[in-house]
Design a binder for this molecule. Structure first.
Ligand SMILES: CC(C)(COP(=O)(O)OP(=O)(O)OC[C@H]1O[C@@H](n2cnc3c(N)ncnc32)[C@H](O)[C@@H]1OP(=O)(O)O)[C@@H](O)C(=O)NCCC(=O)NCCS
Length: 219
């Protein structure tokens, strides 16, 4: 497996048919403004909040070496893909909301609004899976050795060239460096490209619910 990380600085990358190279590296301060806009434009939500303010705050933590692993794929100076995972996410989000009271207020408000709306809705509520307790370990970010994957996206024009695979490879190297042993993720059951990507890269199915699969990779 390739390696990447602030210490090793050995890039993971792929070359496309034109011989141009896409390099994967940890997010840097100069990436934050453009990347937060791209996350917003692609509808990426952290804690259910797809706001640029939320994205910027999480990305700043990634740059500062907090428990956020964010790897970007850069081609010709432009970010064309990214992946984000949180180490020990339960602790991270508790601390995050305490550090960002305004975002915490919005989060609590949006949870309350969702709960109220769900009660009145005629549409049946769709429940996500609950993190199982199997194989004698914690799931879903309840332990420092577990990271929870939040998102991986490659811009449409650059897909099927191995960029997501290179992003995952670079992120795994970063997580290993942080002492992480398992990377857990939810995938929507309708997202066939993502399911196939994760199967190809060695992830295992842990449990299946109506609308989502819980998958995991031992790293
Ligand atoms: C899922 C996604 C990140 C894959 O990125 P990518 O750079 O195209 O992935 P790779 O080129 O590394 O693909 C690796 C393998 O994944 C599978 N795969 C990826 N996209 C696929 C697709 N559209 N159809 C079928 N298989 C696909 C293939 O097995 C592929 O290997 P192959 O090209 O040798 O057949 C990209 O499609 C994407 O950004 N989708 C929108 C965002 C999203 O849904 N993210 C996942 C959230 S969990």
């Amino acid at each position: 497996m390739n390696t990447a990380g602030r210490e090793s600085e050995r890039p993971v990358g792929v070359s496309d048919q034109d011989g141009l190279r896409t390099e994967c590296r940890l997010v840097a301060a100069e990436d934050v403004p453009a990347l937060s806009t791209m996350l917003r434009d692609n509808g990426v939500a952290f804690l259910g909040m797809p706001h640029a303010g939320m994205h910027r705050a999480v990305l700043r933590d990634a740059v500062q070496g907090e428990d956020v692993s964010c790897v970007v794929a850069v081609r010709g100076g432009q970010v064309v893909g990214w992946t984000v995972a949180i180490v020990y996410s339960r602790r991270y989000w508790t601390r995050f909301l305490a550090r960002h009271p305004i975002l915490g207020f919005i989060y609590v408000g949006s949870r309350l609004a969702t709960a109220l709306f769900a009660r009145k809705s005629a549409v049946p509520e769709v429940h996500g899976p609950t993190w199982p307790r199997v194989m004698n370990r914690e799931w879903g970010g309840a332990h420092p050795t577990v990271a929870r994957h939040l998102d991986i996206t490659v811009l449409e024009a650059y897909r099927r060239g191995g960029v997501a695979t290179a992003l995952q490879s670079a992120q795994i190297a970063d997580l290993k460096r942080r002492g992480v042993r398992w990377l857990d993720a939810y995938i929507n059951t309708s997202n066939l490209p993502s399911i196939l990507l994760h199967i190809k890269n060695g992830w295992s199915l842990v449990s299946a619910e109506r609308d989502a699969l819980l998958i995991s990779l031992e790293i």
